[in-house]
Design a protein around this ligand. Structure first.
Ligand SMILES: [Zn+2]
Length: 305
């Protein structure tokens, strides 16, 4: 297991945390995930340090002044339901600001859970210009839209929020052409009692880990948007490169024996019961193909279906 360290002390966004000390203890990245660094001077200090230590700065891109109180993507659905909404600019603004800062400092920036078409376009331009930026997307952002959240089932409430069809199209293009480097689950378990609250009061987040592979296979590989080789790059190889995990991410001789054996055609409905203690997933009951049947970690079988 590997850890990220907080960028700012108590994730308060005021001063840097003890990053060097945490680095000595083995952190592989720094992030204040859940919040963006709004203090630009602190962002620059953190980027300089991430460059010096050669670990990426992972940014949750959301300007809280713009997203304030929003529980859905700002658009037709939020207007129809009369719910407070977060405009896409809340994400785009921070993506742009961070890319400019990373370019000026030549520091390693990683954009977490990109969800907007404009973010993907900015990333594509930045990469073409040789800026040191990488990015991830989450399965729920390339499979669901804010129309799905109109049911007001709180398992469709996450941050960044579900966007629109044009965003799904852009994310899939980015996955295909290399603009996006990795797919991440943004796994966020919550108690049933917490998710039973109203859409406004319930916490953001869903569990993404157990459905991630089947969503990637069903929605991307079997629909021929990406190849199996590209899937392995996005889920295994690129994350290990990003985090500097030299013995992970491939099956070459000398690497750790971490192996997942997949049945690509096994088709089942996502069950109500997860291995995780939580079950806050919007995919329960959805028929998906491509499930792990055997998982080996460090040469030991840890899961067998
Ligand atoms: Zn986040």
């Amino acid at each position: 297991m590997f850890f990220s360290g907080a960028i700012s002390a108590k994730r308060a966004g005021i001063k840097l945390s003890a990053i060097k000390a945490m680095y000595k203890e083995g952190i592989r990245a720094i992030t204040d995930d859940g919040c963006a660094l709004m203090n630009e001077d602190l962002l620059k200090q953190a980027l300089k340090l991430s460059k010096k230590l050669n670990i990426p700065l992972l940014e949750h891109c959301e300007d809280p002044h713009l997203s304030a109180g929003g529980v859905l993507n700002k658009g037709k659905v939020s207007a129809r339901l009369k719910l407070p909404s977060a405009p896409r600019e809340a994400e785009i603004f921070i993506v742009l600001r961070d890319i400019l800062a990373a370019a000026a400092l030549r520091a390693p920036l990683h954009i977490q859970h990109a969800s907007c078409r404009e973010s993907i376009e900015l990333l594509r331009c930045a990469k073409k210009s040789g800026i040191c930026v990488t990015a991830e997307v989450c399965p729920h952002h390339f499979t669901l839209t804010d129309e799905d959240a109109a049911s007001l089932d709180t398992n469709f409430k996450m941050n960044p929020p579900l966007r629109e069809k044009k965003d799904i199209t852009a994310i899939k293009k980015g996955l295909k052409d290399g603009t996006i480097d990795t797919i991440a689950s943004d796994h966020a378990p919550h108690l049933k009692s917490a998710k039973k609250k109203s859409f406004i009061k319930a916490p953001f987040g869903i569990i993404g880990l157990e459905t991630m592979l089947a969503l990637v296979i069903s929605e991307l590989v079997l629909k021929k948007i990406i190849s199996k080789k590209r899937m392995v790059e996005l889920l295994c190889l690129n994350p290990s490169i990003l985090l500097g995990l030299k013995s992970k991410g491939s099956l070459m001789p000398g690497m750790d024996a971490d192996i997942c054996i997949i049945d690509p055609l096994k088709k089942i409905s996502v069950p109500h019961k997860f291995v995780s203690k939580s079950s806050n997933s919007p995919f329960i009951g959805k028929k998906l193909s491509g499930w792990p049947v055997l998982t080996i970690v460090g040469g030991k079988v840890v899961y067998k279906r």
